[in-house]
Write a protein that binds this ligand. Structure first.
Ligand SMILES: [Zn+2]
Length: 284
């Protein structure tokens, strides 16, 4: 009985695959309240793929199109998506983005600014590095205790985004201070991670080749490796606490990670370790 009540009250995250045929392996997400009366549509870059994935009753509940950053494979569908929603009678659609580089932006949240989506609290964590306008959206449902974070191209499962507009120091701050502090330690265990791309398999391959080389060395990585061999979609299957266990970009002081970048004496700064790791991943 309890279980039934719990299940009917869950917030909902619909995972929508985009650009998988062309190798982008992007995700768009529909985040909805427990009663499915209000939703945010995150990074609907390819409306031709997103619209068919939405039921009319789902599309009708969309209050905002939300972008994690301005790159076209995240924000390029804003205009067409809002037009489509107007077409089917959704009167007002906000466009929440990190900057006006995202087409049609109506709302540019400040760091730690919060929105309410029905009962859901959505906290905007600004994480400049991949782009200067990168924003991670942390969602908490106070009714059920459920939590999720939409991390765009800043945090990937077992990896992180390239530093197109930032430095290693900025990525360290983004992942290891802003995301972790913004979510808060009591919530790390229960916050599910929804990244902008399905890169888990190749990230695990890198971590296995470069850092935790042997099975049994990092049991969390072993589990992740097994999971992504069996499951094509890993979005929402792992938590921030899991990331802290296997993601080398979140373990910059781990001697094994420092060994991997050739810092046997532990003399590099965290920012330097971050830079070196990213260089190694780029050249894989
Ligand atoms: Zn990007």
């Amino acid at each position: 009985m309890l279980r039934q009540i719990y299940q009917t009250r869950n917030m909902h995250v619909k995972v929508i695959k985009m650009r998988w045929m062309t190798g982008g392996v992007n995700y768009s997400y529909l985040l909805s309240t427990q009663d499915k009366t209000k939703s945010y549509l995150i990074d609907p870059a390819e409306p031709l793929e997103v619209i068919p994935a939405l039921k009319t009753e789902e599309a009708n509940t969309i209050e905002a199109v939300v972008n994690t950053h301005h790159h076209y494979d995240h924000s390029g569908g804003n205009g067409a998506m809002v037009a489509e929603l107007h077409e089917i009678g959704v009167p007002q659609v906000q466009v929440i983005c990190g900057s006006h580089s995202s087409p049609g932006a109506t709302d540019i949240p400040k760091h730690l600014q919060e929105y309410k989506l029905g009962d859901l609290k959505v906290k905007c964590i600004r994480t400049p590095c991949h782009t200067q306008d990168s924003v991670c959206y942390y969602v908490a449902d106070p009714q059920t205790g459920e939590k999720a974070i939409f991390t765009g191209d800043t945090l990937f499962t077992a990896g992180c985004g390239r530093f197109f507009e930032g430095t290693g120091e900025e990525m360290d701050v983004a992942l290891n201070r802003r995301i972790l502090d913004g979510v808060g330690e009591p919530n790390w265990d229960t916050t599910k991670v929804y990244p902008g791309h399905e890169y888990t398999k190749s990230n695990v391959k890198f971590v296995r080749q470069a850092v935790f080389k042997n099975r049994g060395e990092n049991s969390s990585l072993d589990k992740l490796e097994q999971y992504c061999q069996k499951n094509e979609v890993t979005a929402g299957a792992f938590t921030l606490r899991d990331e802290l266990a296997y993601n080398p970009f979140m373990r910059l002081d781990d001697p094994t990670v420092r060994d991997a970048v050739g810092d046997v004496k532990g003399s590099l700064s965290r920012a330097q370790v971050m830079e070196e790791l990213r260089k190694m991943k780029n050249s894989m």
